[in-house]
Design a protein around this ligand. Structure first.
Ligand SMILES: Cc1ncc(C[n+]2csc(CCOP(=O)(O)OP(=O)(O)O)c2C)c(N)n1
Ligand SMILES: [Mg+2]
Length: 375
């Protein structure tokens, strides 16, 4: 299984650049298939998605956003798949956790926030959609309905259109593992497999459908196994928190579909780091140690560990640029640091943290005091 390979890769350092500019890793015989610049773009997209999720959680508390479904823990496979496709040419039917996918496919932070805050500048519904229902006609991202699973047959219809028009467009459609229990999923898989339609079925398996664990949701606990009999369908089971592994699978899936060989199915194991939605309290059904264990699989620190050398000069500057473009307050940035990098916060001085946040040590101590009073 690929996860063993990624554990080996994580220990390796970027060693050399291939003649075509992509990065190669010493001793692994494994190429990331992407250039350093593309890897940095991937990192920025993941980070931007995380920051938007955190920002929206705060906007929710302020009553400026009415509902929120977050993507933390799903970013790597989403960005990887979007980067393996051709934005504005291929089609996408994302689901409500696909914020990072949408950003990597071409949506901007402003467009996402306008939709989620019901502003007329929103490019999909002009602010009339539910928050976290992504769409953009210009980018060929088709806005979705709230009943889970409805996107699957729509995606197959679009792929049928591409075949009839004899072009090589590919259609992405995604959901969580729970939504695949809907009949539409199976109708769609059967139809696409029989007719060799170019659909990428992406299932982001985070182990829960709200509070229902996957073992209770899916027969035998594995969708990948259930799909073993479908002809023409290329299947992958991957660690969706590992960007490189995800990109490799997504690239092969896109190639399979574009060549007219049939659909592809990717089951990507993800972690759900935040509650299901802003209406949910996972403490009622998830043991605390399980949530802590999932935090260790967070795709963003995983990416950072892997590309430490590559990114060390970029990542702090990148975080600051994103934070300032989203008008995040110093307090919001500090909370992000505490949540995402507790090990760094513990190790560095208060002065260093203040300088990273661009504030004085006194201002930082005021923020810390305020936060401790809120507890
Ligand atoms: C047809 C339908 N049934 C139930 C719901 C309520 N609902 C929304 S999301 C969800 C869970 C989906 O879980 P999963 O597919 O695993 O995706 P995840 O949220 O875990 O990413 C449910 C039951 C709905 N929106 N539509
Ligand atoms: Mg799920």
């Amino acid at each position: 299984m690929a996860s063993k390979k990624s554990a080996v890769l994580e220990k390796k350092k970027p060693a050399a650049v291939e003649s075509n500019g992509t990065m190669k890793y010493a001793g692994t015989g494994y190429n990331t298939l992407l250039t350093k610049e593309q890897l940095i773009i991937a990192y920025k997209k993941m980070l931007l998605a995380r920051f938007i999720d955190e920002k929206e959680m705060n906007l929710l508390k302020q009553g400026k956003v009415l509902f929120h479904i977050s993507g933390p823990g799903h970013e790597a496979v989403q960005v990887a798949t979007a980067m393996a496709m051709k934005s504005s040419y291929d089609w996408a039917y994302p689901y409500y956790r696909d914020l990072a996918f949408s950003l990597a496919f071409g949506s901007t932070a402003k467009e996402i926030l306008c939709e989620n805050m019901h502003r007329t500048e929103g490019p999909s519904s002009h602010g009339r959609q539910m928050p976290s229902h992504y769409g953009d006609k210009r980018l060929r991202i088709v806005g979705q309905s709230s009943p889970t699973g409805t996107q699957y047959l729509q995606a197959v219809g679009t792929a049928m259109g591409s075949v009839k028009e004899a072009n090589d467009e590919v259609t992405y459609v995604s959901s969580g593992e729970g939504a695949t229990s809907e009949g539409e999923f199976w109708e769609a898989v059967n139809w696409a497999s029989r007719e060799k339609f170019p659909v990428i079925f992406m299932v982001q398996n985070n182990g829960y459908a709200i509070s229902v664990p996957v073992e209770e949701q899916i027969a035998g606990g594995s969708l990948y196994n259930l799909l073993s009999g479908y002809p023409n369908m290329k299947k992958f089971r991957i660690d969706g928190t590992d960007f490189i592994e995800s990109f490799k699978a997504a690239k092969e899936a896109v190639e399979h579909c574009r060549a007219g060989k049939g659909p592809a199915f990717i089951e990507a194991t993800c972690v759900r780091l935040f509650p299901h939605s802003s209406s949910d309290d996972p403490k009622k059904y998830r043991p605390a140690d399980e949530i802590e264990a999932d935090k260790k699989k967070d795709p963003i620190p995983k990416f950072e560990r892997f590309f430490r050398l590559l990114l060390q000069n970029n990542y702090i500057a990148t975080q600051r640029r994103i934070a300032s473009s989203l008008s995040m307050s110093a307090e919001e940035q500090y909370l992000h640091l505490l949540r995402s990098y507790p090990h760094i916060v513990q190790r560095v001085s208060q002065r260093q943290i203040a300088s990273y946040l661009g504030i004085t040590p006194e201002a930082l101590s005021r923020i810390r005091k305020r936060l401790s009073q809120k507890k």
